[in-house]
Design a protein. Structure first.
Length: 435
């Protein structure tokens, strides 16, 4: 519990109406499906970067824990105050500080949603390529703090690749800026990159400068189904060796497709998309179709808008099968995606759980998922049972944790991430115990 003096100080800074006791939705994030909830000692709703700095200063002076919160779409519990503390919600920092279409850039505050950033870019003939899930709810500050990816990260990179500057509040309440609107910034340590992906452990992101690019003239996906993961894995490698740089290269295993595939069938499925000029897309779509055809049971060219809306609904659709799910994000070398997908199903079988996976095949990023029924007593204790196994999957998969909008720094830190990723020297450097 925070003491009365700190509560009074926060109310002096923000007003009593912007200092809450907690409750819905601040007691959970997307890990709610795993049964993870925790009441914070207080929730504060600052409206400016200056107010965030004041709150951090007050909490630091009182030695109170601080939990930054964006849209609450993370799958790692990073926005949940598991050990108590003050949740600093950035939902009211929603100003577009600048939008300069002719210079391909914008500066926005942390609380603006991913969808709004994408919309502003598109309305001005531009593109902000990062497309992590939950775009209507996820906020740009959280995306930067977790270096969120998405289907189009294969061609365009994760969120951090599009950030040229970060404004943040660091302890004990100082507002700092790293980078800015400049396109080249290579003097000294790249502190902007250190802040990106730090998940609130180094500071609270309050605003970012983003670079944009002209919107591609056209985009065209090709979807193909296969009788096995092995055949689908060969198709993924065929796409990568075709000479085409796909904008996205996704997969959904057969169990996922049985749950949510609908008109797209129920076999192991691979989606490859081209974007660019109309002529370029027409040529590349034919090459992608040819690469995907070998061994396929069906090949189709779905409407791009409808396809991506369906793809974004997969997570909720899978969870609805049993009412809950345990999820872990792992990354493997791309040539081992098929083997890893089969291993996830096998892990589920060993624990008596239905299992499936889908994800970003071109990055080797799998969303390993285990279905649970929260009304079933046999399932209630399984909040995280198979997850360490996913991260320690036996060779040749060489799985490591990817941190799906979060990482081992949050709730999952109670579990080791596996021998394939962080050794003693790595952890020593991350703790600041280098040379």
């Amino acid at each position: 519990m925070i003491d009365r003096d700190l509560r009074a100080r926060l109310e002096d800074l923000l007003g009593a109406e912007r200092v809450l006791d907690g409750g819905e939705p601040y007691d959970h994030d997307a890990t709610e499906l795993r049964g993870i909830r925790a009441e914070p000692d207080a929730v504060v709703l600052p409206e400016t970067a200056g107010e965030v700095a004041d709150v951090v200063a007050a909490c630091c002076a009182a030695r109170a824990a601080i939990v930054p919160r964006g849209g609450g779409t993370g799958f790692a519990g990073g926005a949940v105050a598991v050990g108590g503390g003050v949740v600093v919600s950035l939902e009211r920092l929603r100003r577009v500080r600048s939008l300069e279409p002719g210079l391909w850039r914008m500066e926005v505050e942390a609380g603006i949603t991913t969808r709004d950033v994408q919309r502003l870019a598109l309305e001005n003939g531009l593109l902000f390529p990062p497309d992590p899930g939950g775009a209507e709810q996820s906020q740009i500050g959280g995306n930067v703090a977790t270096n969120a990816g998405g289907p189009h990260a294969l061609k365009y990179g994760t969120t951090g690749a599009w950030v040229t500057g970060v404004e943040a509040v660091i302890a004990p309440g100082e507002l700092v800026r790293f980078g800015g609107p400049v396109r080249k910034d290579v003097a000294g340590y790249d502190l902007k990159r250190v802040m990106i992906g730090s998940e609130g452990t180094l500071g609270i992101v309050t605003a970012v400068w983003l670079r944009l690019i002209p919107r591609p003239e056209a985009n065209a996906p090709v979807l193909a189904s296969y009788p096995s993961a092995e055949a689908g894995g060969r198709a993924i490698l065929a796409v990568l060796s075709s000479g085409v740089v796909p904008a996205a290269l996704e997969y959904l295993d057969a169990a996922t497709m049985r749950a949510v595939g609908g008109e797209h069938g129920d076999g192991f499925t691979v989606i490859a998309e081209s974007d660019g000029s109309a002529a370029e897309v027409e040529r590349e779509r034919a090459e992608l179709r040819e690469a995907l055809a070998a061994g396929a049971t069906r090949v189709e060219q779905p409407d791009p808008g409808a396809l991506w809306r369906w793809r974004e609904s997969v997570s909720l659709g899978v969870a609805a099968q049993r009412g809950g799910k345990l999820s872990e994000d792992v990354v493997v070398p791309v040539e081992h995606v098929a083997a890893a997908a089969d291993e996830i199903v096998a892990i589920g079988e060993r624990h008596g759980l239905e299992a499936c996976s889908w994800g970003h095949a071109g990055d080797g990023n799998l969303h390993a998922t285990f279905l649970v029924d929260r009304t079933d007593a046999a399932h209630r204790h399984q909040n995280s049972l198979p997850e360490p196994e996913c991260r320690c999957a036996r060779p040749p998969t060489r799985a490591v944790a990817s941190g799906r909008r979060g990482s081992r720094r949050s709730v999952k830190s109670k579990h080791p991430v596996g021998p394939n990723q962080f050794g003693p020297a790595d952890c020593q450097v991350e703790r600041g115990q280098g040379m």
